[in-house]
Design a protein around this ligand. Sequence first.
Ligand code: FPP
Length: 249
Amino acid sequence: MTAQQTELRNLPSDLKQEFLPKHVAVIMDGNGRWAKRQGLPRIMGHKRGVDALKDLLRCCKDWGIQALTAYAFSTENWGRPTEEVDFLMTLFQRVLRQELREMLEENVQIRFVGNLSVLPKALQEEISRSVEQTKDNFSIKFTIATNYGGRQEIIQACRSIAKKVQQGLLQPDEIDEATFEHHLYTTGICDPDLLIRTSGEMRVSNFLLWQIAYAEIYITETLWPDFNRDEFHRALCAYQQRERRFGKI
Ligand code: FPP
């Protein structure tokens, strides 16, 4: 079965399949506030956040969206209390291990972007395993941004390009957008068409700075753990009402 032949399930009738975004990126914000409102410790918000992410992935797959990228941990998130950082690292590792079988059954390709080399070794191993085992899957590209920062990604791309110039493999005049994209973590994935941020904050927070140049941005007051299929449906309806001009008239 090819990606095109993958059956679409339960696409709401008011959404036009041909105008769905190919790639949705999401800043999953508001886990801590969600937990506080429930009188729970912050980490419970992250746990519930995993459920919301799994639902969104399933929904994207059901509705034929080709790529989903989620911001799980930014380069700035190391500044959180040690217990919260440790909890998140362990959570990522556990979820990856628990979900791998289903990801394989559901034909999901898992990818990671960010500086993974400083993550705990056990998590790095779990990441390598899940990326390797799902690399030939094609129903949806699911990218998890971990220890990710858009500026850092751009700097590391510049360094790789500069090294090639230094080695005489590339001429400065040959550097164009395609060259640059090729050196980003996200090479091989189309740019996001839609960027969703929950919890009402009007910021892009160093997420996919190059890649979101022409993304439509949708912000909802809903806190991430409460972001469900209905919310996603609303985001897609809003997206389909936008006129995308890419700088033209
Ligand atoms: C932001 O909310 C959320 C995070 C920094 C962590 C997001 C991680 C998950 C939802 C788990 C994903 C799991 C996998 C395996 C990818 P916040 O804590 O900043 O909320 P606040 O602004 O209300 O404090």
